[in-house]
Ligand binder design. Structure first.
Ligand code: HEC
Ligand code: HEC
Length: 102
């Protein structure tokens, strides 16, 4: 019993125990609904504006897991592979420079 509980706690940290087994990752709704779309602007990114260390707050394995844009052929596996290969250097291609270097 104790062992199962420990397993559950360990799994809950990764997946959530029992419910929500499919990882949803981070969720800020449909990014395309805001005026600037995918591109970050200070108003929409008060906590992270001007920072280049994206992974500090957005661990890569939690990104681009669920399509919330309504674009039927959005290629999330492709986006994940770009992030995997190019790391934090990739973000600006799609999300703008986040005020870095301004
Ligand atoms: C200090 C933490 C932090 C850092 C560093 C950070 N962010 Fe964020 N980011 C957030 C938070 C918190 C949100 C939720 C919106 C908000 O309150 O700013 C967010 C939201 C977003 C969103 C969704 C925006 C929307 O329109 O809702 C994107 C895309 C994003 N961040 C990308 C990035 C990229 C790319 C970088 C690096 C260039 C970065 N973030 C760096 C904390 C951070
Ligand atoms: C090839 C384009 C592309 C690249 C590169 C890219 N993103 Fe995204 N990102 C998107 C799209 C499109 C969405 C909207 C995803 C959705 O709704 O499925 C998104 C969504 C997000 C979100 C909102 C939460 C989520 O997962 O939907 C965050 C946070 C984010 N990106 C951060 C980053 C960071 C940090 C990087 C760099 C490490 C990065 N992105 C690189 C296109 C990209």
């Amino acid at each position: 019993m104790k062992r199962i509980a420990a397993w559950c706690v360990a799994t809950a940290l990764l997946l959530g125990c029992g419910e929500d087994a499919v990882p949803q990752g981070e969720n800020y709704g449909n990014l395309l609904e805001s005026p600037a779309g995918l591109v970050l602007v200070p108003e929409e990114h008060p906590a992270g504006w001007g920072r280049a260390d994206c992974f500090f707050c957005h661990p890569p394995h939690k990104l681009h897991l669920v399509n919330r844009t309504g674009i039927p052929d959005l290629d999330l596996p492709f986006i994940r592979s770009v992030v995997r290969n190019q790391g934090e250097a990739s973000c600006a291609q799609c999300h703008g420079d986040n005020g870095v270097g301004q």
